[in-house]
Design a protein around this ligand. Structure first.
Ligand SMILES: [Fe+2]
Length: 207
């Protein structure tokens, strides 16, 4: 029993966050996977943070039209639901913001492939939806980079406010949203299969 009381004024000062929702009741994930494979066959991809994986071109709405095309209806549905989920999050948390610009791309990692540590530049929110996750494959690892990491307190216990890294337990059909400032990377896996995901860059503006 401590002789002191009321010491902790705010345990969540300057916190970060991760929010998530299960989209499986709203989408046909097998359809999303089918769209993914069709796009994979027609998009030679670009080199970004992926090592040995595939990174699609950027998709989104251009002049009101969904690119790569409305025939990819399952991918489009995930895109539209992500916008809706983010707007609900912004509303629930009493911001005066809305999701103004959203861009997306697809990522595929086979065994041994990974994504180097990076951030997404000037951006408000990052999203990731997991389409396919092989056994023993983890999701994104988020990395704390503020000056708290210079103190002995950082990683000195297992609580989330003291930790320097957090790895998402990637679950098929779930969408995760994190602040755009967070550095992150993806570890390789050594099983067979493919880790397939849909990633979002989201900029917010005042209503
Ligand atoms: Fe990223």
């Amino acid at each position: 029993m401590s002789k002191f009381s009321d010491c902790l004024l705010d345990k969540n000062l300057f916190p970060s966050f991760i929010v998530s929702t299960d989209l499986t009741p709203l989408v046909d994930n097998e359809g999303v996977r089918s769209d993914f494979i069709n796009l994979r066959n027609e998009d030679s991809g670009v080199k970004k943070t992926n090592v040995c994986g595939w990174h699609s071109k950027v998709y989104g709405y251009v002049d009101g039209q969904f690119v790569p095309g409305t025939e990819f209806s399952h991918i489009k549905k995930i895109f539209d639901l992500t916008e809706e989920f983010v707007n609900e999050f912004l509303e629930t948390n009493h911001t005066d913001l809305f999701a103004d610009r959203i861009f997306s791309w697809l990522l595929e990692n086979g065994p041994g492939a990974y994504n180097v540590i990076h951030n997404h530049g000037k951006l408000d929110l990052i999203g990731v939806y997991y389409i396919e996750v092989p056994k023993n494959s983890e999701g994104l690892t988020l990395v704390r980079t503020d000056a708290f990491t210079h103190t002995a307190l950082c990683s000195s216990n297992s609580s989330s406010e003291f930790t320097s890294e957090f790895t998402i337990d990637a679950i098929i059909g779930r969408l995760y949203i994190i602040p755009g400032n967070l550095y992150h990377y993806v570890k390789p896996f050594d099983n067979e299969g493919h880790r397939r995901s849909m990633v979002f860059n989201i900029n917010c503006s005042p209503k």
